[in-house]
Every structure is written in C-alpha cells, then in structure tokens.
Design a protein. Structure first.
Length: 153
C-alpha cells in the first residue's frame, strides 16, 4: 500500500478475541504498526515506546493498533507482560500484512528471508494512509517520539 490508499476493512482478531475493523475507528486516526515477533527485543522496545506515549497520541486523535503473525495467545501474553493497552492483531495467515505491503523479502544477519517488514502507517479518520514509516526509518526504542515529531511538524 502507498500513501492515499485505504487500509483493509477487516484487520483481524486481537489478543482478547475481538474482531478489529477499520470502520470501528471511523472518525479517529490510527497508528497501525506491523512488527516481526512478540516478546523479542526490538518489538518489545517499539511497543513500550508506543505505550509510554499512548496518552499523547490519543490527545492528537490517534488510536494504536499493532499487527504481527503471532497467534492470539502469544499476542495476549505480550500485551499482559508489557502492560500494552491497545489491540494486537494476530494475522497468522499474513493476509492483512501482505495487503499492507508489510510482508516481503528482507535481510537478517546476512541471510535473505521472507517475513514481516517493520512498518508503521498513520491513517486518517476515513481510513486513508497519510504517512508510512519504512523499516529503515524506524528506531524501535524511540518510535513513538519519531511519530510525534512528524505529527508536530
């Protein structure tokens, strides 16, 4: 997906078994971020950064939604362990990740693999992508600050 595209309507089921749909957020903005694997170093740092700045993002009209290939139980364990207060979608079949363009070839430790591309989409009130943070741009420990810096421009 690119800037100007509409995100998929059905995003999937979150850690609590709730179906998450784009239309549920109509009239609100979304920070939709994909991450490779729950309870790993970079993904934990990124999620905790977003949680730490959740109130500030909400004051700017944004809700946070995470999405990865992890199963619902792993998402639940991750959310509980890190005190995450936002939906974590379990896209085990990578359907939505592929639609978003957050699934593809990457290089990890010098090896080419296919997997989740850490990406963040800022979505407007109508479900349209307004900004994409690519894997090379994202600094997991300060990702929320990167988003806020962009929004404050």
């Amino acid at each position: 997906m690119t800037i100007g595209d509409k995100i998929p309507e059905i995003l999937g089921v979150d850690q609590d078994g709730n179906q998450i749909k784009a239309s549920d957020y109509r009239g609100r903005k979304i920070v939709l971020y994909s991450y490779p694997k729950a309870n790993t170093g970079g993904c934990t740092a990124e999620a905790c950064s977003l949680q730490a700045h959740k109130q500030e993002l909400e004051s700017m009209g944004y809700s946070i939604i995470g999405i990865s290939r992890d199963k619902q139980a792993a998402q639940k364990k991750f959310a509980t362990a890190q005190g995450l207060e936002f939906p974590l979608v379990a896209d085990t079949e990578t359907t939505v990740l592929q639609q978003l363009g957050a699934w593809g070839e990457k290089v990890a430790c010098g090896h080419r693999t296919v997997g989740i591309l850490r990406t963040t989409y800022l979505v407007n009130e109508e479900g349209i992508i307004e900004k994409i943070f690519t894997p090379k741009e994202i600094k997991t420990k300060i990702h929320a600050e990167q988003i806020l810096d962009y929004l404050k421009k």
